[in-house]
Design a protein around this ligand. Structure first.
Ligand code: CAO
Length: 488
């Protein structure tokens, strides 16, 4: 509806110029341009005259969603690589630029197989090609200029100021390729902390997550899910795709910035919700309310309390004495309260005024969950799941990473994928968590350091064999040690 309004509001002249701009894309590996058919009008194109007619290709064979989009991937560690790997899963061509001889620092971090790139690196850099370039070498700068002209998006997550120090300022990039989108992850947005280097757990603390995670009587806790790094990478991917979409109308790139603090806060927004509710009274769904403990000025840590309006808790299941993951999450959703009472052998709670309604239950949640737990400990977490699901009671087994790695249903959907690597052999990675019916994901292994340097320089950037040999001799794409050996 909104899209139609925008299109209808555009004067005809503007629409024509958009069509012209979109048809001048060049390059060998871009998908062929489908010319707009002037005969095709709404409703086939939803009011956008430049959209091609619906493809007649079979589903999943009309190309990947981001096919033809070229990413100059200047990312390292986790946040940036998460973003570009996801874009790669969606079909974008990712050219990862790494420092000669060194590469992304994670190649060597948490190494489990001697001489092989770590899982830290390989699980975040699938579907990419690697080129080594010394970005501070004059010849390296020249190659980067070609890459900037060649690509659509530059993604980076260097420390603040590092890109500028390489000479890759926004003004320079925009002048070199006005269509280029420059997307960055930084720890903090503009303000007192903008120059700080930031890692995952710092972001979790600065974004409000740590202060609201853990048990009331204990210290703040960070979570295992990498909401600062991977979470911000996801936000950045969304920003990039949105900027690409806007570029279809404006013809120009823009800067996209995701601060890790902002990304974490966005994921912790329910806690900012609770902060404001606190000014109007106690948070009745927090178990501390039922325990008669007063609230302070800030949202407290709530242990395993459910984040929503339906009380929940983690309960022991059969085997908990020896298995640290023999637990289930159990939600006492109001509409299925009667079924819960019957299952746990407390049918009288259905009508007892102390238990029959959600407000009546709030001050007794601990007692209620203890009673439910006496029932769940008689079964495995999977048996609890099976029985409760029959009654539409929302529960979830606490799955260990060992169980997830072996889960065949996750393999079947491509969420967990096994890939083969020439040095480390087979390894598991997380595939595309976003499933699309017309853009299928193929997960490819992470590249070796500089594996595609020659290919990218000669095939994508058009350097001749002689020029490539000269670049190699210049030291712009080889490690410093090599240069010394060659000089000797
Ligand atoms: N050729 C030559 N130099 C290169 C290069 C290349 N191909 N690639 C990188 N470099 C240089 C950079 O130019 C920079 O040099 P200067 O500082 O002299 O200008 C240097 O390598 C190091 O970059 P850095 O400061 O980004 O790296 P770091 O290890 O010191 O810091 C990190 C890492 C993550 C703290 C920092 O990059 C950062 O704060 N990034 C933004 C927030 C972020 O993404 N954090 C998530 C990290 S994942 O947990």
């Amino acid at each position: 509806m909104a899209r139609r309004k925008v299109a209808a509001a555009k004067p005809k002249k503007v629409v024509k110029s958009i069509i012209k701009k979109r048809s001048v894309r060049t390059g060998t590996n871009r998908p062929a341009q489908i010319k707009a058919d002037p005969k095709v009008t709404a409703p086939y194109n939803n009011g956008w005259p430049e959209l091609p007619p619906p493809s007649t290709e079979p589903w999943g064979q009309a190309g990947k969603a981001l096919e033809g989009v070229r990413i100059l991937d200047f990312t390292h560690v986790q946040s940036g690589p998460t973003c570009t790997q996801l874009l790669g899963y969606m079909g974008a061509e990712c050219i990862k630029v790494e420092r000669p001889g060194v590469g992304d620092i994670t190649r060597g971090q948490l190494r489990d197989v001697k001489g092989a790139d770590s899982l830290y690196f390989t699980m975040l850099n699938g579907n990419k090609r690697s080129i080594t370039i010394d970005s501070k070498h004059p010849k390296g700068k020249e190659i980067l200029e070609r890459l900037i002209k060649h690509c659509d998006v530059l993604v980076e997550n260097f420390a603040p100021g590092a890109l500028d120090r390489m000479g890759l300022t926004w003004d320079y990039i925009h002048k070199t390729n006005p269509r280029m989108i420059v997307a960055s992850v930084k720890g903090f947005g503009p303000g007192p902390y903008e120059d700080c280097k930031v890692y995952e757990n710092i972001a979790q603390c600065a974004g409000g997550s740590a202060s609201t995670t853990g048990f009331r009587e204990g210290p703040p806790l960070v979570t295992g899910a990498q909401i600062g790094d991977s979470g911000t990478g996801l936000h950045l991917a969304f920003g990039i795709v949105t900027a690409l979409y806007q570029r279809m109308r404006t013809g120009r790139g823009q800067r996209v910035l995701c601060a890790m603090q902002d990304g974490v806060l966005n994921l912790a927004r329910v806690k900012l919700r609770d902060q404001q509710r606190l000014t109007h009274g106690p948070l009745t769904e927090y178990s501390q309310y039922g325990e008669g403990i007063a609230f302070g000025k800030a949202v407290p840590r709530a242990g395993n309390d459910s984040g929503g309006g339906q009380p929940g808790w983690i309960l022991k299941c059969k085997g908990w004495e020896t298995d640290p993951d023999a637990y289930t999450y159990f939600i006492t959703q109001a509409p299925v309260w009667g079924a819960i009472c019957d299952l746990i052998g407390k049918p009288e709670w259905k009508t007892d005024p102390d238990y029959a309604t959600p407000p009546a239950r709030l001050p007794r949640l601990r007692h209620i969950f203890n009673t439910i737990e006496a029932w769940t400990t008689t079964m495995t977490k999977f048996e609890v799941m099976e029985i409760c699901n029959k009654h539409d009671i929302p529960v979830g087994p606490i799955l260990s990473m060992n169980e997830i790695a072996e889960d065949q249903s996750l393999r079947a959907t491509g969420t967990v994928v096994e890939v083969d690597h020439p040095i480390r052999g087979k390894y598991l990675t997380v595939g595309n968590p976003v499933k699309m019916s017309d853009s299928l994901t193929e997960v490819r292994r992470a590249p070796l350091l500089g594996e595609h340097t020659e290919q990218i320089l000669t095939e994508a950037l058009g350097y001749s064999a002689e020029e490539y040999a000269a670049i190699k001799a210049s030291g712009a794409i080889t490690p410093p040690e090599k240069k010394e050996t060659e000089a000797a």
